[in-house]
Design a protein around this ligand. Sequence first.
Ligand code: GLA
Length: 746
Amino acid sequence: MRIVFKEDSQTFHLYNDQISYIMTVLRDGQMGQLYFGKRIRDREDFSWLLESLPRPMSSCTFEDNKAFSLDHLKQEYPSYGTGDYRMPAVEVLQENGSRISRFVYRGHRILEGKPKLEGLPATYTEDDGEAQTLVLTLEDEVTHLVAELSYTLFAKGAVLARSVRFLNGGGEVLHLTTAMSLCLDLPDHNWDFVQFSGAWARERHLKVRRLEEGIQSVGSRRGHSSHEHNPFVILKRPGADEFQGEAVGLAFVYSGNFLAQAEVGSHGTTRVLMGIHPDSFDWKLEPGETFQTPEAVLAYTDRGLNALSQTFHSLFRKRLARGYWRDRERPILINNWEATYMDFDEEKILGIARKAKECGVELFVLDDGWFGERCCEHAGLGDWTANRDRLPDGIEGLSRRIGEMGMKFGLWFEPEMVNRDSDLFRAHPDWILHVPGRPSAHGRFQYVLDFSRKEVVDCIYGMMEKILSEAEISYIKWDMNRSITECYSPALPADRQGEVFHRYILGVYDLYERLTEKFPHILFESCASGGARFDPGMLYYAPQAWTSDDTDAAERLKIQHGTSYCYPVSSMGSHVSTSPNHQTGRATPLHTRANAAYFGTFGYELDLNTLTEEEQAQVKEQIRFMKAYRRLFQFGTFYRLESPFAGNVTGWMVVSEDRREAVAGWFRMLAGPNQPYTRMRLAGLDPDLVYNVTVRRVTERPFGQFGGDELMYAGLVTSDATSGEVPGGEGLLDFESRLFLLKAEE
Ligand code: GLA
């Protein structure tokens, strides 16, 4: 890993054994982008990569020259108004009304390791030798606004982390109205734009479209990263697939409004921007004040999308997630939400917990309904003290009883919200985000607390800290169940209202930071009506997230498949729920529900007392199995083999680091008569090893002994599960699935 600066050609080359990132100081002092991709050998001068021809209609910078035009030069941190007509990375409103700026190179520093981002989640190093950081100092000559562009190059992995810090070094008041975390100008547009989009209960579905002239983008202006789009996109070559081809991945380490955009210019280049959504953003900078953008992570592969995902998985699992639970196997939990909704008392809860304990569950999670006057969606949010009608001895008593059963206890909170019918709202009606004199929209009858205000965050912290200190709590599910409207804070002056969305998220991060610091052993799971805040920012505080409110196994295949492009298996909350499913009405076999949920943190979301004895025996066996295999599922290398977005079969696989152990999951949506022969090619094995393979449906039976080469190149024969010829006709079921367990011969 090296970051070098060549004095003569004014060129920076950042490289490790996999990637190169090259930029140069342009003739006008601004930074130009020369190359990002597979590692190339270092040399003194890469200026041949600077393409710039005279173009009719282009605006030119120098009197003596018709070729130097910002209209088509590839740049590092472009602004609008001096010849570049593409969307800018930065825009600054000045006292005279001008929005024109020009950031020129002033100097740079190269640091060992990676500095922290103040108040924001970010990737990190544990040892300075793991990375180097280049900080480029740029300055707008007129306003003296300084932009420090940070590039962290990790020694391992085809990945760069970028962010920008602004400092108002001049004497006038400025407004940052666009401040992207990353700009990347690519030399061509032969790319597919891959996005992960959907809605509640169908989050992160894979969508692919070819880039064309003009702008294609995804984003959120809902105040959270959203169900609708994820702050993660991929540009892939049209021919690239899971196992081969070139792709660039971009992930935004942030949980609020975002924009991820690709703009193809008329000369065929592509500008990629990622950052806080400029609509609804306006940050005032007084002289001497600073603004830190969130981080964006940029990864590259020339070996297909599985390799790209694995780069994100390993970085996010080991150097974005933090804390006690980062490297630990996650407890198998039971959550009472779908079992009871808000209709429960202590006795009912203890009944569910007792049966769960008998089956081997390790953690009981009490969901929504335990606090204040929470009889229904209309009341209680904001009053974080136990409802004594339901829980006579409070959370302290219940958690003690569950502890005495030999299980850990976890609790649901929705810290950012309030109902009008709550003591908190009655005491502080002005604590919600709202515009005085205008009506406020509700979502699920709840309102959003103004987390841009420190006293609001302090108050919620106080209530949570008290309960966490008094009771025996090992896990928190932190929910957030509506999008933000009327984003206005009466506590801020008029010219700072454009800061509220971002200040809100900073408040959320502050509360997370204080709670995780005070209670380092508590496992946090983030949630936002399922997967509306499944983003890299949250992973920094909560190493796992509730992937979706949709617990239907068939739907989960798509959701978890889409999620896996960026996020590791260890981060995906996944539970077995009842059948027919509450979200879809679909009936699926119990073993398929479990087989899908093993590729995640695993748990149950139903009352196990309602199952037959035979099903309860199956559940005990599932838990025994997951306890034996969860290290492999949660920390192995994950591969997508077959896509639910492409056909009837989904294939996933996890492989241990030494490649001696693996599990492959095969899932089929609909059965059909007289099906074709089928095989599933495995991946990531050692071709020279011999593997004993066991097939697991409800029970396990030997499947055969095969070479790693046979399994990867010829494939695993899955036709037995499609023919209907297996004993008992089990092959004819819809929503069928198998796990194949591989162990290398000694
Ligand atoms: C959200 C969550 C669910 C559950 C409910 C409780 O919808 O995603 O898992 O916690 O809230 O109200």
